[in-house]
Write a protein that binds this ligand. Structure first.
Ligand SMILES: NC(=O)c1ccc[n+]([C@@H]2O[C@H](COP(=O)([O-])OP(=O)(O)OC[C@H]3O[C@@H](n4cnc5c(N)ncnc54)[C@H](OP(=O)(O)O)[C@@H]3O)[C@@H](O)[C@H]2O)c1
Length: 323
């Protein structure tokens, strides 16, 4: 099969299309023929080995896994002998840690894989799981409840657009902070209030929140402290400069009444099924910025690395398939 491979860490042009062996499903695995996948910030981190510590997981000198790509939408092409939930020809969507920038990938039946919502295109379905699973894990770690006030900073990114919709679904009063050009979009996702960070500094408007979620790793607990209510939680997706976020999370667990939490994504089947239900009830949609064919993965990756995408960037495989 054709896949995007990389043999060394570096800029986007270390990625190249190559012919590799098609994976064969193990007993408990499903072989998915991929119609659409995405380029995520995590893919970019693995490719460039940033931060350096990632090498401890994926290879000190060179990558052990040659194919990147996490998000998947496609159809079942073959089954392991023990698989009962899926049949050949089923449309599916989900996640795999590595290997989705390819024509085929194997995913465990019990892993983060579910039947694709019928009304969603493959491109839309491919752009659901990563940002939403991270946002979901973050919001759950803050125990976000109905009626609470949450401010989501970086509401136009992959995690941000998911967080706005999920927080609204949990019944929270959502304020979203983004650039002028995305105000209407985040309003349409469910934000009751929007703040244009180019026009207004929310930390100076005197309002206070139960939760402040920096969904894009660009703000700080220090600057947000006064905008948190007593007992408030500052949620972060990034380790921060000099890894100060996990350190602050540790310290604030013991000192002070305002806590810092670093979101750790949970890529589980349960979460993918939860998202599928939300999609089917009309409470969730994937936001797609640009689409590229798999062959243009270098350009797609370069765009993701501008850190200015709105929502998600999709790669279509073999021309994709609509439904
Ligand atoms: N915890 C984890 O496991 C995990 C996993 C993956 C990613 N991450 C981290 O999560 C963060 C977000 O990932 P993502 O994929 O959602 O990001 P993304 O989609 O690349 O975020 C891009 C968005 O952020 C907005 N933005 C850029 N600079 C901003 C600023 N200074 N203030 C407000 N908004 C700004 C951009 O809009 P404008 O430029 O138009 O404002 C754009 O819409 C990243 O820091 C990433 O490293 C964490």
């Amino acid at each position: 099969m054709r896949a995007v491979v990389y043999d060394r860490y570096g800029p986007p042009d270390v990625l190249r299309l190559d012919d590799v062996e098609r994976p064969v499903p193990k007993e408990d695995e499903v072989l998915v023929k991929i119609h659409a996948t995405t380029v995520t910030r995590t893919d970019c981190g693995w490719r460039s080995a940033t931060p350096f510590i990632t090498r401890a997981f994926i290879g000190l000198l060179r990558p052990r896994r040659k194919i990147l790509g996490m998000e998947v939408a496609g159809e079942v092409a073959a089954l392991g002998t023990a698989v009962t939930e899926f049949a050949v020809g089923d449309d599916v969507f989900g996640l795999k840690g590595f290997g989705a920038h390819a024509e085929y990938v194997c995913i465990r039946e019990s892993g983060p894989l579910a039947h694709k919502p019928a009304e969603m295109t493959f491109e839309q379905a491919a752009a659901v799981c990563d940002g939403a699973c991270i946002a979901l894990s973050c919001l759950r770690s803050a125990d976000l409840r109905e009626g609470q006030r949450i401010l989501i900073y970086g509401a136009s990114g992959s995690i941000g657009t998911a967080a706005v919709q999920l927080a609204k679904h949990f019944g929270a009063d959502v304020t979203a902070v983004c650039n002028t050009k995305n105000l209407e979009l985040v309003r349409s996702l469910g934000a009751a209030e929007v703040v244009d960070y180019l026009q207004e500094d929310f930390t100076k408007n005197g309002k206070a929140y139960d939760v402040i979620f920096d969904a894009v790793g660009k703000h700080s607990f220090r600057r947000c402290r006064r905008s948190l209510k007593p007992g408030g939680i500052y949620l972060e997706t990034d380790l921060g400069f000099m890894w100060h976020v996990p350190i602050l999370a540790f310290v604030t667990r013991r000192i002070g009444d305002k806590k810092v939490t670093l979101g750790m994504p949970k890529y589980t089947k349960q979460n993918v099924l939860f998202l599928k239900e939300l999609i089917e009830s009309g409470a969730y949609r994937a936001v797609i910025d640009r689409r590229y064919p798999l062959e243009e993965v270098v350009e797609a990756t370069g765009y993701v690395e501008t850190q200015q995408k709105t929502g998600n960037v999709v790669l279509t495989v073999n021309g994709g398939r609509v439904r």
